[in-house]
Design a protein around this ligand. Structure first.
Ligand code: FA5
Ligand code: MG
Length: 452
């Protein structure tokens, strides 16, 4: 049953991919603008490609597929009512509330959620000290546009540029792309939020102690498992504590006191020491983010010479899966209204648990009627209740889709759309019609409406 449902979700998202892919040339910001150079069905390489306001020239390193190009069009984290948009807002709200500039007038962290998704190899790899032979550079791992650019594989790709532009404290949110496996917790496009915080000595140790403790080590200090050679032991330790505190507070704000989280040692080319955070979810530890003390060489090359910092990169799908009990990452790409409608009316701070949707098809019926001359104030609420009490579990969604008052007669009309769906079988139109007629009949009897 579960396997069947998952398969359907994958097919659903693939189906979407194909549909969107075929309309690439017609649509806005990620459009193929010239004839493909190569006619492979899975790798259609355009001569020139416009994406996020940039025009890039694919070459023989191009390995994007039409389905990945379709994912670029989805902008899930920018869609109001999408669970990724909700969790992004919730995390941003938490940071804005908790961390303020001196005087409490404005939020400390700048939010960047519209960075271009095609980045230079320098930004994606070199600026972050990723070794030449690192696996992440392989064409089997990264989507290359040409010899100089790729789809960002992580939001860390924006660290260097933003620091060079003078930003000290920022959050970067967006979709990232990797030629990764596909399973319950991995997808080739997913969403990350990067956090970077830089500190002067005063900011790190406090004004009174800033002069007493230094940020930097003397020349002859060695790199150890605990710290980089450039940083003082004090600076490295305090950064690590502040980073862990920040992430613990975030997990507390998201999941409450009951959640089990742990830090495990990790390796990243751009941080040292490095950690991952895991959350206990459905009987297993699930990795949700990577973090660490930023390599000082990166700050130096970005022109920051008098500060030190930490960074984290969190996986928004992984956090949303835990927060909303979404069992499979592929569901985020679903366009099934049974999934989307569950989040459509939610606020970022709402605690909500996802109810698995049925694999069986939906059957829609509209219900239109004139209201009685003196309708009750709660007419819509009454109608919702009545529909649910007669339709029971077969009613998946109800919404008021149209309402107007007739100019001459002064009568008001309501139209409700009812989506019927069973969790265990495919409904026929005929059997739904019987229930629908029953709803109409009861409405007329109890509320004196006139069916249109
Ligand atoms: C990184 O991407 C680092 N840039 C994170 C980082 C930033 C470390 C700043 C230190 C400082 P990693 O590849 O582990 O690390 O990905 C980070 C998170 O993204 C993971 O913990 C996971 O939550 C999520 N993630 C990674 N791959 C996938 C995938 N294929 N599908 C869904 N989520 C993924
Ligand atoms: Mg990882």
């Amino acid at each position: 049953m579960l396997a069947q449902r998952l398969l359907r979700q994958v097919l659903l998202s693939r189906g979407t991919a194909v549909r969107l892919g075929s309309s690439l040339a017609a649509s806005g910001d990620a459009a193929a603008v010239e004839q493909p150079a190569k006619s492979s069905p899975s790798r259609t390489r355009p001569k020139s490609w416009k994406v996020d306001g940039l025009v890039v020239k694919p070459d023989e390193r191009w390995n994007l597929t039409p389905s990945v190009m379709a994912l670029l069009e989805r902008h899930l984290h920018a869609k109001p009512g999408n669970p990724l948009n909700l969790i992004k807002q919730r995390i941003v709200n938490h940071f804005h509330k908790t961390y303020r500039k001196a005087g409490n007038r404005s939020p400390l962290f700048t939010v960047c959620d519209r960075e271009p998704r095609v980045v230079s190899l320098f930004d994606n790899f070199d600026s972050l000290l990723t070794p030449e032979d690192h696996v992440s550079r392989r064409p089997s791992d990264t989507y290359y546009v040409n010899a100089d650019t790729c789809l960002r594989a992580h939001t860390s790709a924006h660290q260097h540029k933003l620091m060079r532009q003078g930003f000290d404290n920022f959050l970067v949110v967006g979709d990232v792309y990797r030629r990764d496996e596909i399973d319950r917790t991995h997808y080739p496009c997913f969403h990350q939020m990067e956090g970077v915080r830089l500190y002067s000595a005063d900011e790190l140790f406090g004004k009174a102690s800033g002069e007493q403790f230094g940020l930097f080590a003397s020349d002859d200090e060695k790199r150890t498992p605990q710290k980089q050679s450039e940083l003082s032991e004090d600076a490295s330790k305090v950064l690590e504590i502040k980073l862990k505190q920040t992430l613990e507070e975030l997990c507390l704000a998201l999941f409450g006191k009951g959640a089990q989280i742990r830090f495990v040692d990790a390796y990243f080319p751009f941080t040292h020491p490095s950690f991952e955070v895991e959350v206990f979810y459905e009987g297993k530890w699930l990795e949700v983010l990577g973090c660490g003390v930023m390599e000082q060489k990166i700050l130096t090359s970005a022109g920051v010479t008098d500060k030190v910092g930490w960074a984290f990169g969190l996986g928004l799908e992984r956090l949303a899966m835990v927060l909303y009990s979404i069992p499979d990452i592929r569901l985020f790409w679903s366009e099934d209204s049974g999934f989307l409608s569950q989040f459509a009316d939610k606020q970022p701070e709402d605690n909500y648990k996802y109810v698995p949707i049925s694999v069986h098809p939906q059957v829609y019926f509209d219900l239109s009627f004139w209201l009685p001359d003196r309708p009750s104030h709660e007419m819509s609420a009454d109608v919702f209740d009545l529909i649910r009490s007669i339709g029971g579990n077969l009613v998946e969604q109800v919404s008021l889709v149209d309402e107007f008052t007739h100019k001459k007669t002064g009568r008001t009309s309501h139209c409700y759309r009812i989506v019927y769906r069973s969790v265990d079988r495919a409904l026929t139109k005929e059997e739904v019609n019987v229930i629908h007629k029953q709803i109409e009949k009861t409405l007329v009897e109890q509320y004196d409406v006139q069916i249109r």
